[in-house]
Ligand binder design. Structure first.
Ligand code: BGC
Length: 272
């Protein structure tokens, strides 16, 4: 593994949904760049504890703890921030990443599956962003660690742009993330709060195992990726670290697509 740069030393970051896939890679990368990290989870505490343990025993990393919280519940998100602030003193970086899919054809989609996806993917990000902003404003600048008051990195998807048949609830939640992110940027940029999104393409995680776990489906998926490989969680981790650091200080209100070119409509390469 590459040597870390310590760009986030003495900062604290909450990553939601950090006990698997993209969240785990983001938390690990951010920890390896020197930040303290909160590994948020909703199930499998033993996995979250293990990830936190691995980060905290690595002497190149910051410290890490695991905290349980269902991001769709207001009181739990408030408690997550309270516990983090009690433990680490403040929050400098927030990565609302927790998300899920409940796929169905629209005419068969049950209201509970629509609602759950919106509750976790969208309301969860609103609640985390709100608590982060409250803490940033309350705490004030820490010029010794960052030129920004705080950084929010929302986890979006290529499906904030690409419509997705059979996944209307998920695509709607990600489309809304873009407007949430840009509105936060517009509202709080003058306070020196930066809010951006990362929009991963197909990244090999448990959420899409049904695709990469099946050679035929993986072959079809590769047709959608000009770069001709499925992404790995570390592709998102390295982007998140950079977005959280002062190296990207002037980047605000933007979505960075990390998708091997998926949003360049490869179907048009030989057609149209
Ligand atoms: C979804 C994955 C999918 C990818 C590309 C992501 O946002 O969660 O299941 O493979 O988009 O379609």
């Amino acid at each position: 593994m590459q040597k870390p740069n310590n760009r986030l030393a003495n900062q604290t970051c909450i990553v939601t949904g950090a006990n698997s896939g993209i969240g785990e890679a983001v938390a690990t990368a951010i920890g390896r760049d020197g930040a303290n990290v909160v590994i948020n989870y909703v199930s499998h505490p033993e996995i979250a504890e293990e990830i936190a343990h691995k980060i905290s025993i690595d002497n190149l990393c910051g410290d890490a703890i695991a905290i349980k919280c269902d991001v769709s519940k207001e009181s739990e998100v408030i408690a997550l921030f309270k516990q983090t602030i009690n433990h680490f003193g403040t929050v400098d970086i927030c990565v609302p990443n927790a998300g899920l899919q409940r796929d169905a054809a629209l005419h068969e989609m049950e209201l509970k599956d629509w609602q759950l996806v919106l509750d976790v993917n969208l309301t969860g990000q609103f609640l985390c962003a709100r608590e982060a902003i409250r803490e940033f404003l309350h705490r004030g600048m820490r010029p010794e660690v960052s030129r920004s008051l705080g950084k929010i990195i929302q986890m979006s998807s290529v499906h904030q742009l690409i419509p997705w048949a059979g996944h209307a609830n998920y695509a709607a939640s990600k489309g809304a993330i873009n407007m949430l992110m840009q509105s936060i940027c517009q509202e709080y940029a003058s306070y020196k709060i930066r809010c951006n999104s990362i929009a991963p393409g197909a990244i090999q995680t448990p959420i899409n195992k049904n695709v990469w776990g099946n050679p035929e489906a993986l072959n079809d998926l590769n047709k959608l990726i000009p770069y001709k490989r499925i992404g790995v969680p570390e592709d998102i981790g390295s982007t998140a670290v950079w977005l959280a650091s002062d190296e990207s200080e002037y980047i605000n209100g933007t979505t960075i697509f990390v998708d091997g070119g998926m949003t360049c409509y490869p179907g048009f390469t030989t057609n149209g």
